[in-house]
Design a protein around this ligand. Structure first.
Ligand code: HEC
Ligand code: HEC
Length: 472
């Protein structure tokens, strides 16, 4: 641009840039502390959908190109299909196990939604699993597996092969009361293992129970620039608000680097691709070029000897279609947006500093492959950072940088639709909360002040806050 070289313009531009920068800095610091949003029901920006049916989490983002839409439906079929024992005539879907938790992704993420803990003794888990590890780490700072049972407890296996054992879930109950005297009860899960088929568990095993989360808007979350997350981080609580989010840094197998983690309850997965390959490997027993080894521990000999379904069992092309599918599941619009209760509820949400972690607004940058997801103003209500949530929620199992008390702020978009999609209302990483009120009451650590302020609210303010959450 030759005109920039004409002399009189230069100082003017420099001056303008300086003013602009000053404004940008001022604006950034205000935005960081207050994080108010221009209210909009379009939680997923231009890719928001208007669907309030049980299929609300299973729709493609509007604006996909024709080819992307085609791949979306192929990815969808890989996500929903049951994998079968190898060898089978349908080589594109054989290779299940030998050890596995479920036969399809969809059996844990029913309608791309939320899993839950078993409701009674002996009910087979739907979207509930337990991670295992030892105190030691590998050279990438990743957890080392339990020697006999691996990194995840698998309660299913192919015929002729013993499964690892049974999961047992009990609860202990805690009573409490709001400032106005209204009582509440919380339940804390206690997980144990029974009928173990591969010897003793390591006496110092770390075990962490998790439910699978709703899978909407993941590509948008992946497209939030890393610089934005680092700007929100406040590891030493420099602003003194008691809240000190920090990114998890995790190992990216594709580039062999430590990068910011975004997915999973502890942000232990850097990309949708790696999260997907890991799910195929650990949950279904399907190998890929990213995780080519069968998921068998050294003592599981029958598992190691079993026939595999190709090397790898899912081809890169198909894996990438599942990634495209997960990247472009649309976010449903906020409902009852103009309802007075919902509007007041959002005000309470901000007054209680819930939005210090559940940050409402971000701008996506360029999505590397799906242009519809680029440059969107989105409202996921998360900072994707780790926060110490206190002893009550602790699993005491570190994961990369995350301590045993730290969890990633989960996005709240779609949270009010889970009951419609999945016909339950269990929340938090292990589904211990039976409703949204209990989910808030479990907040501790950095969120203790917010939680205490919640218990001080009048019944009608509590109701408005819940109405707001239910509208998301
Ligand atoms: C046995 C149940 C189960 C199966 C089967 C399962 N998942 Fe999951 N999924 C989970 C759980 C539990 C989590 C949370 C894991 C964590 O935080 O460590 C999860 C998390 C995820 C996430 C991250 C979501 C987020 O918001 O961070 C993605 C993506 C995902 N699963 C995709 C898949 C795909 C693809 C498949 C099939 C290959 C699959 N899952 C199969 C239980 C399951
Ligand atoms: C210090 C950060 C922080 C603050 C402040 C905070 N949260 Fe959270 N919130 C989290 C984290 C982290 C989790 C996940 C904890 C877990 O699953 O163990 C969570 C979970 C939730 C969940 C359940 C989400 C799910 O997917 O199951 C809801 C609902 C929620 N928060 C609402 C609120 C409300 C309302 C407030 C204000 C009263 C609030 N939070 C304040 C960090 C925070």
């Amino acid at each position: 641009m030759r005109f920039l070289n004409t002399l009189p313009l230069r100082p003017l531009l420099a001056f303008g840039a300086a003013i602009g920068l000053a404004f940008a800095l001022l604006f950034a610091s205000v935005a960081q502390t207050q994080d108010t949003r221009t209210r909009s029901p379009l939680l997923g920006g231009q890719t928001t959908i208007f669907n309030t049916t049980p299929n609300a989490f299973a729709q493609p983002a509007p604006g996909l190109q024709r080819m992307e839409e085609l791949f979306f439906f192929v990815g969808n079929s890989f996500f929903n299909q049951n994998w079968v024992t190898a060898p089978a005539s349908t080589t594109a879907r054989d290779g299940l196990g030998p050890m596995f938790n479920a036969r399809s992704c969809a059996s844990c993420h029913f309608k791309d939604g939320r899993g839950r803990p078993p409701e009674f003794d002996g009910e087979s888990p739907t979207g509930f699993l337990v991670r295992l590890s030892l105190r030691e780490r590998d050279l990438h700072f990743a957890n080392l597996p339990e020697p006999n049972y691996g990194g995840q407890f698998q309660d299913s296996a192919l015929e002729e092969i013993s499964e690892e054992g049974d999961l047992k879930l009990r609860y202990s109950y805690i009573q409490g009361e709001f400032a106005d005297g209204a009582p509440y009860e919380l339940r804390q899960p206690i997980v144990s293992f029974e009928n173990l088929n591969y010897g003793e568990m390591h006496p110092e095993v770390f075990a962490s129970a998790r439910v699978g989360s709703q899978l909407i808007g993941l590509g948008l979350l992946e497209a939030i620039p890393e610089a934005r997350l680092l700007e929100l981080a406040d590891p030493n609580d420099a602003d003194g608000d008691g809240i000190s989010g920090r990114p998890n840094y995790v190992h990216d197998k594709l580039t062999n680097r430590q990068i910011v983690g975004r997915f999973g309850w502890k942000a232990n997965q850097p990309t949708i691709l790696q999260q997907t390959a890991t799910a195929f490997h650990s949950d279904l027993g399907i190998t890929s070029s990213i995780l080519p080894e069968q998921n068998c521990s050294p003592v599981q000999e029958a598992c190691r000897a079993a026939i595999h379904g190709g090397e790898p069992e899912i081809e890169d092309d198909d894996l990438l279609k599942v990634v495209l599918y997960l990247s472009s599941l649309a976010v449903p619009a906020q409902r009852n947006f103009d309802d007075e209760k919902v509007e007041s509820g959002e005000r309470v949400f901000n007054e209680l500093h819930c939005n210090a972690c559940h940050v409402n607004t971000h701008e996506t940058g360029i999505h590397p492959s799906i242009s519809a997801l680029s440059y969107q103003t989105i409202h996921p209500f998360t900072d994707l950072l780790l926060h110490d949530m206190g002893e009550g929620l602790a699993d005491n199992r570190p994961d990369f940088q995350a301590s045993g008390q730290e969890w990633r702020t989960p996005p709240l978009w779609g949270i009010g639709m889970i009951e419609t999609v999945n016909r339950h209302s269990y929340f938090l990483h292990d589904g211990r909360a039976r409703n949204l009120t209990e989910a808030i009451l479990w907040h501790g650590g950095e969120a203790e002040q917010s939680r205490n302020a919640f218990t001080e609210l009048s019944a009608s303010d509590r109701e408005m806050l819940i109405a707001f959450l239910e509208s998301l």
